[in-house]
Design a binder for this molecule. Sequence first.
Ligand SMILES: Nc1nc2c(c(=O)[nH]1)N[C@H]1C(S)=C(S)[C@@H](COP(=O)(O)O)O[C@H]1N2
Ligand SMILES: [Mo]
Length: 434
Amino acid sequence: MSEHRDEKHADLLELYSDDPERADRIVLGRVLHTDRRGFLKAAGLAAMATAVGAVIPFHRNMPARFLPEALAASPVEIEGKDGLTYFGERPLNAETPAHLLDDEVTPMARHFIRNNGIAPSEMDHRTWRLRIDGLVHRPMDLSIEDLRNRFEVVTRRLTIECGGNGRAFFDPPVSGNQWSLGAVGCSEWTGVRLVDVLKAAGVKNNVVYTAHVGADTHVSGAKGTLPLSRGVPIEKAMGPDHLIAFGMNGGPLHPMNGAPLRLVIPGWPGSCSQKWLTRIWLRDVVHDGAKMTGSSYRVPEYPVEPGEKVPDSAMSIIHGMPVKSLITTPRTGLSINGRSLTVAGHAWAGDDEVARVDVSIDFGASWQQAALGRPANRYAWQRWSAKLEFPQRGYYEVWARATEEKGISQPFAVAWNPRGYLNNSMHRISVRVS
Ligand SMILES: Nc1nc2c(c(=O)[nH]1)N[C@H]1C(S)=C(S)[C@@H](COP(=O)(O)O)O[C@H]1N2
Ligand SMILES: [Mo]
C-alpha cells in the first residue's frame, strides 16, 4: 500500500518527524500547545500512540487529516481560549457560557469560535496579502503594512453574533451546532475601515454585492472548495463601521478568530465577517459563494410548519440581526440568602440601538425597567443592570427583554425555521431564594 503513497498521503510517522507542527495541523487541524497534550507535538507517532493508550499497528493506513477517534473524544484545549464549550474539532466550534461573557469588552479568551472549515496553517502577518478586485477601477494587492500606512487605523467595540446562536432552543430540534446563548461577543477590534479601502479601489457603479474569500480549507480536504464565502450588499459594505481588522483587544487576532486579518461586519450574521481574509471581490450580482444559497443563512419569508419544505424562491438572505439581551451575572442556578439581587448583562440590536431593557421575576406578568447604558460606539453591545427584590422564599426565574428604537422587543419564543437562525427569545435564569 505504501508504494503508491503520494505527498497527500504521507504517513504520520514521516509527517511528525519532518514537521511536527504542520503534522498536528493536518491531522488535528491545530497545533497541540497545551501542557497536558503538548508532548504530542515533539514526540510524534509514538506519543500519539501513548495518547490513545496503545501502539497503532496500522498507522501507515491512517490517512492525512485523520483524527483518531480516541483523541476526538477527549476535551479540547486551545491556547489563548478559556472556559469555552466545544461542539467539535473538525471544524472547530465553541461557545462561551453566558456568565463568562460579563465583561464589557469580551476578552480574547472568551470570544466564541465558529469555523466552517479548517483554519489555514500559515497565518503570517508579514507575508499576508489582501486582494481587492472584481468591479473596481484600481484592483489592489495589499499587505497588512500597506493597510496600516495607507488608511486611517481605528479601534471599535463591535458585536459579532452567529446567525445560529440560540439554535439549541428550537423545538423540534434543528441540525447544526447546538449554540445556546454564547455564540456572541463584543471585543475591541482594530483595523482600517472597509469603506476607505473600497473607495481607494474605486467601486464601479454596477456593483451590487461584495464577495469575501478566506484562506481556510474545506473539511473534506478538497482543493478549490471554500468552506464559506459570503458577502453583503454594497450599501451595507460602504457603511462607516465595518473593519478590515488586524487587532483584537490591543493585540493581534487569535488564530481561531481569523489571524492575521479578518472582516468585522457587525449587526449582520457573524458569517459576513470573513476570517483569514485574502480577497474582497466586487460583483454585479448577489454573491453565490459557499453558504450564500439554499437554506444557509437564509430564512423563509413566511411562517412555516416545523419540518416543512420551503421553496428556494421563498428563502431570503438574513440581513440585520434581531434585538437580543443576555443575563451575564449572576449565572443561572444561584441560591441566595437575602431578598435582593442585582442582575446585569448586555443588549444589542443588529443595525439599531437598544432603547430599553426590562426584567421580570414573575414569568413575564410584570416588568421592571433596567438601567441601560449607551453603546461605547455604534454596534457595541450595551450594558444593563437591575436590582431585584424577591417577595418571599422560593424558586424564581429572572427573564430579560430588550427593546430596540423602533419598539420591537424580544419574544418569549420564535417561529421555527429550517436551519434554526435568528433565535432572539428572552434569556431566563433560575434563582433560589432561601
Ligand atoms: N474564513 C472564514 N470566515 C468565517 C467563518 C469561516 O468558517 N471561515 N465563519 C463565520 C461565522 S459563521 C461566524 S459566526 C464568525 C465567527 O467569528 P469568530 O469565530 O471569530 O467568533 O466568523 C465568520 N467568518
Ligand atoms: Mo455563524
